[in-house]
Ligand binder design. Structure first.
Ligand code: EPZ
Length: 406
């Protein structure tokens, strides 16, 4: 019950921070979420020789003029998936990138073949040996690039490199997520010439030099959705402020279909209970479809809907590790290939559960809010990678949730 302001976007921040390397003047970024993925990227920039001033919850200023290295070793890249954005940023900066393979959530094989295909098309020589990607280019040349599948990371990585290539690049079949548009806006504020982000074709006119800028990242689409789902899960009356409702359409439509009352203004969404919550069918799609990052929290919500729901995960083949933990809490769930069959139950019961990946953690928090009794959630560091002080935000809305030292 009450109001909460959403933080800046994780998936936009982890792209914008590496992109500061594309110029040789200070860039200031505002509205960054105070999360571990942001901290990890700041450490990588400092390792490379950038001067950084970071005021958590306020701003980050990066002065990359001192960056001479293009090598990012495994202990740094292993901490997060988005470390692979250093490939596109360093290639665009100096034509040289040596970046160890990324870490990140274990939700599938997550290859980066499309990223490398894009870099090769731009004229980079790519070697992949010993768990490190070596990319080198005298001068990147603009090219036409057609992605075999829609890839957020591939689109972001190629956009960064192409922004500094010689000549024009056209990206066909790009991802259209809000954070793709946000990165394009950030790069354009540095003097890049990018058109069409968020549409089916992105056109980039490479620039020799980019300039420093000050930029505010967009609010987090997935945190907004997680808070909407948590409000529905607890039948609360919650207003989420500082969000962008148009980014939430797919989830809003599903919650309305369930019988949850969702109303919105231009920068806030209000979620209220309306009637019993009916079972629905969900299928994850690329934006603007239902986001794969909300599949797991939505699965938790549907565990107590009236009737049988299905949740089909079309993006990541192994994004189901939360199901065993939900079963411990009494959920009636079956997995058939990549579709979860959920028979709604009247109660979930608190239990000790373990987080296996970031959004599985969000699902377990939602389930814990719904369950009768105490739920103990272990391995919460996954959650802290993508949510800023989630327990404080939920507690301010009346949730009985606290963090304890083991
Ligand atoms: C980004 O991951 C996000 N991560 C993910 O969020 C999000 O789930 C995903 O996009 C989809 O929206 C960050 O932004 C840091 P993809 P990414 O490339 O870039 C396959 C979270 O919870 N593929 O769009 O890795 C891939 O295996 C995280 O915040 C290739 O086969 O996603 C997947 O099946 C989890 N080859 C599909 O495409 C490639 O070269 C979509 O992947 C690239 C991708």
């Amino acid at each position: 019950m009450g109001e909460i302001t959403v933080s800046g976007g994780k998936n936009t921040s982890v792209a914008v921070i590496p992109a500061t390397l594309l110029c040789d003047a200070p860039c200031t970024i505002e509205n960054l979420p105070d999360i571990d993925d942001v901290h990890a990227l700041i450490e990588i920039l400092e390792h490379l020789g950038a001067r950084v001033e970071y005021v958590p919850g306020h701003h980050l200023t990066v002065d990359p003029s001192g960056v001479k290295s293009c090598h990012v070793p495994f202990p740094y890249t292993n901490r997060l998936r988005a470390s692979y954005y250093l490939l596109g940023a360093l290639l665009g900066r100096s034509g040289c990138a040596e970046v160890a393979y990324p870490g990140g959530c274990d939700i599938g094989s997550r290859p980066i073949d499309q990223h490398l295909k894009g870099f090769s098309a731009l004229g980079a020589k790519i070697e992949d040996r010993g768990g490190v990607v070596y990319a080198k280019a005298e001068k990147l040349q603009g090219a036409d690039i057609f992605f075999d599948m829609v890839t957020v990371g591939g689109t972001i990585n190629v956009m960064m490199a192409a922004a500094k290539a010689e000549g024009n690049t056209v990206i066909y079949n790009p991802a259209k997520e809000p954070h793709i548009v946000d990165l394009a806006n950030f790069l354009n504020s540095m003097g890049a010439k990018i058109k069409g982000a968020g549409t089916d074709v992105i056109r980039i006119r490479g620039q020799q030099k980019l300039r420093g800028t000050t930029y505010t990242v967009i609010p987090d689409q997935i945190e907004t959705g997680t808070l909407m789902i948590a409000a529905a899960a607890t039948r609360g009356d919650v207003t989420i402020r500082g969000c962008i409702p148009t980014h939430m359409e797919a989830l809003t439509a599903k919650l309305l279909e369930m019988g949850v009352r969702v109303t919105q203004s231009d920068d806030s969404i209000r979620v209220r209970p309306q009637s019993e919550q009916r079972a629905v069918n969900v299928k994850t799609q690329v934006y603007p479809g239902f986001p794969t990052d909300l599949q797991q929290p939505m699965t938790a919500l549907l565990c107590m809907a009236t009737g049988t729901s299905t949740v089909s995960e079309t993006i990541f083949e192994q994004r189901f590790k939360h199901l065993d933990e939900l079963r411990r809490m009494g959920a009636k769930i079956k997995l058939m290939d990549r579709t979860v069959l959920i028979e709604g139950v009247r109660e979930l019961y608190g239990a000790p559960v373990t987080v296996t990946d970031l959004r599985a953690g969000a699902a377990l928090v939602v389930a814990g809010l719904m369950a009768k009794g105490i739920t103990e959630i272990y391995e919460t560091s996954y959650i802290d990678r993508g949510y800023e002080r989630i327990e404080e935000k939920l507690r301010s809305l009346g949730a009985d949730i606290r963090r304890e030292k083991l």
